[in-house]
Ligand binder design. Sequence first.
Ligand SMILES: [Zn+2]
Length: 79
Amino acid sequence: MRYICIKCGVIWIIGEPGAELSGGLCDRCITQYVREKQKRQGFDDCFRKATEICSKTECSYWEHCMPAYTNYAEGGKKG
Ligand SMILES: [Zn+2]
């Protein structure tokens, strides 16, 4: 499936590139969007800035922020 970012127009492909084009937000725009939300909610705009496992597991974006680390977080926050 091919995806086009509804914000910046970048196109990326997940799996087989078909004729269909689906809309979404690219990684960069998601990052900007989430950081804006974090700031508005009075948190640090730390989304995807972490260089090690983030301790703020109560953050609603934790799992999106830490995909590379979720395998290490067994028994921690899950689902
Ligand atoms: Zn984008």
